[in-house]
Design a binder for this molecule. Sequence first.
Ligand SMILES: Cc1cc2nc3c(=O)[nH]c(=O)nc-3n(C[C@H](O)[C@H](O)[C@H](O)COP(=O)(O)OP(=O)(O)OC[C@H]3O[C@@H](n4cnc5c(N)ncnc54)[C@H](O)[C@@H]3O)c2cc1C
Length: 281
Amino acid sequence: MLEQLGEEAKPLAGGQSLIPLMKMRLSRPTALVDLNFIPDLNRVERQNGHLTIGALARHADLEHSPDAAKIPIVHDCAAGIADAQVRNRGTLAGSLAEADPTGDWAPVLLCLDTEVVTAGQRSPRTIQLPHFFKDAYTTELAHDELIREVRVKVPGKNSGGAYVAFKRCAPVYASASAAVQITLGDKDLCKSARVFLGCVGLMPVHAAAAEHELAGKTISTKSITAAAEAAMAAAEPASDMRGSADYKKILIKNLTRRAIEAAVRRARGEKVEVSHEYVGR
Ligand SMILES: Cc1cc2nc3c(=O)[nH]c(=O)nc-3n(C[C@H](O)[C@H](O)[C@H](O)COP(=O)(O)OP(=O)(O)OC[C@H]3O[C@@H](n4cnc5c(N)ncnc54)[C@H](O)[C@@H]3O)c2cc1C
């Protein structure tokens, strides 16, 4: 249908980004193709060492999935998106297709080994997530190509992650966010680290220097502080209604520190609850 209807037709999933944009006349599709009638696209299940997330799996499906809970950073993200209404309709696939620089899923899934599987008239493609995003609001998808499912490799033993965002209130996008996934070796030696930042660039920011402060070193207050400062230096936020650029940089430093601390504890096998930070709490 998308191919027949032409470039100005758009698929509709949860409608939680597309419908508000249409109401504001920022998006004017000539036709909507409602994916919600396609059966069996809402699965969230573990298969061959991967978490497979169908195109119509809602944020709430991930929030309540026992399989998703085994990757705590995924649960942190799903449970913290907006409010229950948005989580009950919005989908992870729609969020990736939208590629909104303030969306929560991209930095989280970039910390993991994630691939996007497409469907359409041409042969299905499997695209590694770092190659999927081309720019703000722009992805590799052709206009008649859909995300069929998203596959996340389940991290191995001694690996833990956490996602922390700062929000003015629940039903708004974050002001800044930090996603961290860490794998530990013996005696708290950090074998590998991934750090991605949200809302502080036109795309998720890969804080490679922060990873460098952690990988190959023993986790300590000193290495965590150095990584948090490196993340702050990597952030390139713009001043807007969510705060000044300087304010967001300070947020990044603190959010990264909190995310690393929680990720390390989870990598050690501790059960740690993580929630976003809200103004006034
Ligand atoms: C009040 C409010 C607060 C929000 N707060 C947050 C927040 O804090 N964090 C956050 O991350 N998000 C937030 N969102 C956005 C929400 O997460 C959306 O659900 C998500 O961004 C888009 O998913 P969707 O299923 O609603 O997609 P839709 O709105 O249906 O579609 C979005 C775009 O993706 C395309 N699309 C959808 N599915 C597919 C597919 N399978 N293949 C190809 N293209 C597809 C559509 O054509 C459209 O261009 C908020 C939304 C609202 C209304």
